[in-house]
Design a protein around this ligand. Structure first.
Ligand code: HAM
Length: 409
């Protein structure tokens, strides 16, 4: 025998039982976004590498270590998308969407790729559902996007969810704080992990996210940006909080919240689920008021989020699909297969779910198969043009006129 091949590390096949969970989630998201006036956008699965270097940031883990980057035949550097916000902002600029009525409200769903160490809830190919409201700096947009994700998790009955809320201030206002943080980190440099120490200049905020004990102990008394918010940043954050309070959405303030992407400004947030262990973040997002401009567009404020579909499905232990088959068509000995095919076609055209045995089973085997599929009725086609309709629950069976199958059902 030839050696067997496996799906690459950190990837998985979605088999039909699991696909039902994905379909249910997609349907819930579609309904939610349609009611909220968000339009679906699809962008390519790969982009120019520079988009993520500029958009997500050179000093982030994602860009430094986690991208699947390759050269195409023309020598261009391309990258499988690790996230969706930079591509959507690229599309916003490329298609001149700033000329439309603002904000432009978009949602998306699809595969994303990060070369991370695989574990439960963390994969190299995973799926996100996300929303972006581009072209508004109103705190209403922050609150409404948070409300959408909260609504999705509620509708899907994700248990044990908490919302962590923070603010990074605007880019200008943050500068002063970052200097203060750098000075603090330098004072404690010997206690920090190498990774954090190396990035004091490039990305000091990342120290809040480190999981080694030394860094964590230092960060417990580090200065926090949330305590230093001033002026319009403070007003914006207060307004977002007031709107969330008004909408009855509970949250915890988290001054040590930082995100793994560089584009955030002002509001940031994460939804965590206590059933998920180490990878508890089901979704996260925030404001990114500088990203569109960074990608060559006009100054444009925006806010959005993405949620991990696998993590949501893990958290809800996605229930098995409902039995779908209305009618199983069985062939008695000597019956004509062509008649069964015609009935199959008629039933499906009328919107009924119908299946026919494709496995060459005898009548008894076919009835068993109908049972396995949870079929509500079995139509037994007999030689000479008669048919029996059997109610699978009661076992009751009666002869019907073949031309009247739909009426009889
Ligand atoms: P993110 O926090 O990097 O944000 O990812 C969003 C969600 O994707 C996470 O909360 C997590 O549930 C899921 N996720 C991330 N990495 C993996 C993985 N390796 N395996 C399984 N699930 C994963 C973003 O991507 C931003 N683009 C969100 C955003 C939109 N911000 C503004 N707009």
């Amino acid at each position: 025998m030839s050696p067997r091949l496996k799906a690459p590390r950190g990837t998985f096949d979605v088999l039909p039982e699991a696909a039902a969970g994905y379909a249910r989630l997609e349907q819930a998201a579609r309904g939610l976004f349609e009611r909220a006036g968000y339009g679906l956008i699809e962008t390519p699965v790969f982009e120019e590498t520079e988009l993520f270097e500029r958009g997500v940031g050179d000093s982030t883990d994602i860009v430094r270590k986690e991208m699947f980057t390759f050269e195409d035949q023309g020598g261009r550097s391309l990258t499988l998308r690790p996230e969706g916000t930079a591509p959507i902002c690229r599309a916003y600029v490329e298609h001149g969407m700033h000329k439309l009525a603002q904000p432009v409200k978009l949602w998306y769903l699809g595969p994303f790729f990060r070369h991370e160490r695989p574990q439960a809830g963390r994969y190299r190919e995973f799926h996100q559902v996300g929303a972006e409201a581009i072209g508004t700096d109103s705190p209403l947009a922050d609150a409404e996007t948070i409300m959408l994700l909260s609504g999705l998790l509620t509708e899907l009955e994700v248990p044990g969810v908490t919302l962590r809320l923070g603010s990074l201030g605007s880019l200008g206002a943050r500068r002063e704080y970052l200097e203060e943080l750098r000075a603090y980190l330098r004072e404690h440099e010997s206690e920090l992990s190498r990774d954090v120490a190396e990035r004091i200049d490039a990305n000091p905020l990342r120290a809040f996210d480190a999981d080694d004990e030394g860094t964590r102990a230092v960060m417990a008394s580090a200065p926090q940006l949330l305590d230093r918010l001033e002026g319009e940043d403070a007003e914006h954050f207060a307004a977002v909080r007031e709107l969330l309070d008004g909408a009855g959405i509970g949250y915890e303030l988290d001054g040590s919240l930082v995100r793994g992407l560089d584009y955030y400004t002002r509001t940031i947030f994460e939804f965590h689920c206590d059933r998920l262990g180490a990878q508890s973040q089901v979704g996260g997002g925030g404001r990114y008021d500088g990203l569109v401009e960074e990608l060559g567009g006009p100054p444009t404020a925006a806010v959005g989020w993405a949620a991990g579909i696998e993590r949501i499905l893990l958290a809800i232990d996605a229930p098995p699909p409902e039995p779908a088959t209305d009618v199983f068509i069985a062939l008695a000995d000597g019956a004509e297969p062509a008649r069964a095919m015609a009935l199959l076609n008629e039933l499906r055209s009328a919107g009924r779910s119908a299946e026919l045995d494709l496995g060459g089973r005898g009548l008894k085997g076919q009835l068993k198969q109908a049972d396995r599929l949870g079929a509500r009725h079995t139509l037994i086609v007999e030689p000479g043009g008669t048919a029996q309709l059997r109610d699978m629950e009661s076992g009751e069976q009666r002869e019907i006129e073949p031309g009247r199958v739909l009426e009889e059902l």
